[in-house]
Design a protein around this ligand. Structure first.
Ligand code: NAD
Length: 498
């Protein structure tokens, strides 16, 4: 299928009718020739067929990765760094093509894929190209004749399983550090968004030795399960739902391998009374920060899905927020002015609709939105919603459960202690936000919130050099930052007597 991107005269991008796995440097059909239908949520139609891989395909990919690992693991940091830099350049050259394909496959607004997702992909490859060259080992003098040398070694073959909400960026967060550290990879994309990573691999396949990066598509219960339980992998890195993370961890225990788990969230954002002290740029910024609950259609693990607003400013502040939310353009994600595109699948649409019912039944008040958005014409089968704000209390399910849609739950609080108590009254601990003009309050609240990432007076920035990951049920381990390299390495100690 060919479709045009309206932003660039004459630009046409092609989705293939059929894709294959990428194993040992070859485009490889599934061994039992079974494919599944891949749908674009923008138009709600099947656009291509993708391998429905099983255990035998995963075996083949792990074997290829193992073989490639023998020489890849011996390459120097400089060689690997240079390859990652070339990958970054190649992605940058094809940035628009990849951004448009990502939008068509996932439903997210092209202004996000063009200006955030793909530039971040490029930057993360460059960042890990840099840090691998700067990484140092250690030497300890034990006594006059004895020295302990500490080396970083790759783990070997790593399994990586990613979700559908940021397909290329989530893949990059895993691929870039793993390659930099000298591992070979078998990656399984989400079944809802299986193809953009294959397009990326097509663009870079001449840059990597065969078998170093393998992509096996399929369902979680088949290809995913086969990868996570495979005795040939030396680590499993997973991003997805907390319930799936639990299964992944149980499976990893069979092979005694390390896991990185990046799981769900229910991010609290605290708005202090002083936010409304002046009608100025700071206030506008705070409002924009909260409006990010609708970014990526609310399909972000760190979306500000719960807001706690000081009771004295609640009415005035929310009036401004609602006015801004009602200006959000929802619709064709390929239109550069659209902020909210399509939810990624029919399943996701049903889940969000069910939470709108749950919120109503729990007695939460709808401040704006609350409905599916009907769009006429060729998008009429796509999955669109109005951005929705509920007012309620933190005991409600809409405050406790991850909806993963453009649904914000807001409540009031009296003082900082109560704000912290409500913020931490959740199973999750991934992202959080603090909005206040007071540095002291920002520090105290930021330290007291149990979350791996607390944004203060900003939101949703993801620089490669800032560690990201969850407390509590939001996961184990961190991604990004140079510390990530060590999550893909083991330490060898040589204790030498001279
Ligand atoms: P999911 O858990 O349903 O699926 C994620 C991946 O796991 C998919 O590739 C799927 O095929 C695979 N999978 C499913 N069952 C499996 C099994 N038994 N064994 C092995 N693999 C299996 O999650 P999703 O719906 O794709 O993604 C949304 C979730 O991801 C949300 O909870 C969101 O918060 C979370 N997320 C977290 C982060 C983070 O960094 N913490 C980032 C993005 C998304």
């Amino acid at each position: 299928m060919v479709f045009e991107f309206p932003n660039k005269d004459g630009a046409k991008y092609r989705i293939k009718n059929q894709y294959e796995n990428y194993i040992g440097g070859e485009w490889t059909p599934p061994l039992d020739s079974e494919y599944f239908d891949n749908e674009s949520p923008v138009i709600g139609e099947v656009v291509s067929k993708v391998p429905r891989s099983k255990e035998a395909d995963v075996d083949k990919a792990v074997e290829a990765a193992k073989e490639a690992q023998k020489s890849w693991g011996l390459t120097s940091p400089t060689e690997r760094s240079n390859i990652l830099l070339k990958i970054a350049d190649r992605v940058e050259e094809h940035l628009e093509e990849l951004a448009v394909l990502e939008t068509f496959e996932n439903g997210k607004a092209v202004r996000e894929t063009l200006n955030a997702d793909l530039p971040l992909v490029v930057d993360h490859f460059r960042y890990f190209a840099g840090v691998i060259r700067a990484q140092e080992g250690g030497i300890s003098q034990i006594d006059n004749d004895t020295v302990a040398y500490h080396y970083h070694e790759p783990l070997g073959v790593v399994g990586q399983i990613i979700p559908w909400n940021f397909p290329l960026l989530m893949a990059t967060w895993k691929i870039a550090p793993a390659l930099a550290a000298g591992n070979s990879i078998v990656l399984k994309p989400a079944e809802q968004t299986p193809t953009t990573i294959l397009h990326l691999v097509e663009l870079i396949e001449d840059l990597l030795p065969k078998g170093v990066l393998n992509i096996v598509n399929g369902f979680g219960s088949e290809a995913g399960q086969a990868l996570a339980t495979h005795s040939g992998i030396n680590k499993i890195a997973f991003t997805g739902e907390t319930t799936t993370g639990r299964i992944i961890m149980q499976n990893a225990s069979q092979n005694i391998i390390p896991v990185t788990l990046e799981l769900g969230g229910k991010s609290p954002n605290i708005f202090a009374k002083d936010v409304m002290d002046e009608d100025d740029e700071y206030l506008d910024k705070a409002i924009e920060g909260l409006v990010m609950f609708a970014l990526n259609q609310g399909e972000v693990c760190t979306c500000p899905s719960r807001a706690l607003v000081h009771e004295d400013i609640f009415d005035d502040f929310m009036e401004r927020v609602i006015k801004r939310v009602e200006q959000i353009k929802v619709g064709n994600p390929l239109d550069p002015n659209t902020m909210m595109g399509a939810q990624t699948s029919n399943e996701q649409k049903e889940k969000i609709a069910s939470y709108l019912d749950i919120g109503r039944k729990e007695g939460a008040e709808i401040l704006t939105g609350g409905n599916i958005k009907e769009i006429e014409g060729e998008l009429s089968n796509g999955y669109y919603f109005e951005p929705t704000i509920f007012k309620g209390n933190n005991k409600m399910r809409i405050f406790q459960e991850e909806i993963f849609g453009p649904v914000l739950a807001v409540a009031t609080y009296k003082d900082d202690d109560e704000a912290i108590e409500i913020a931490n009254d959740t199973l999750y601990g991934l992202g959080a936000g603090v909005w206040t003009r007071s540095q002291n309050r920002a520090y105290r609240l930021g330290r007291a919130i149990q979350a791996g990432r607390v944004w203060v007076n900003t939101y949703h920035d993801y620089p490669a050099h800032a560690a990201f990951g969850g407390y509590k049920m939001s996961g184990i381990g961190r991604e990004n930052h140079k510390m990530m390299l060590e999550h893909y390495q083991q330490t060898k100690n040589l204790l030498v007597s001279y």
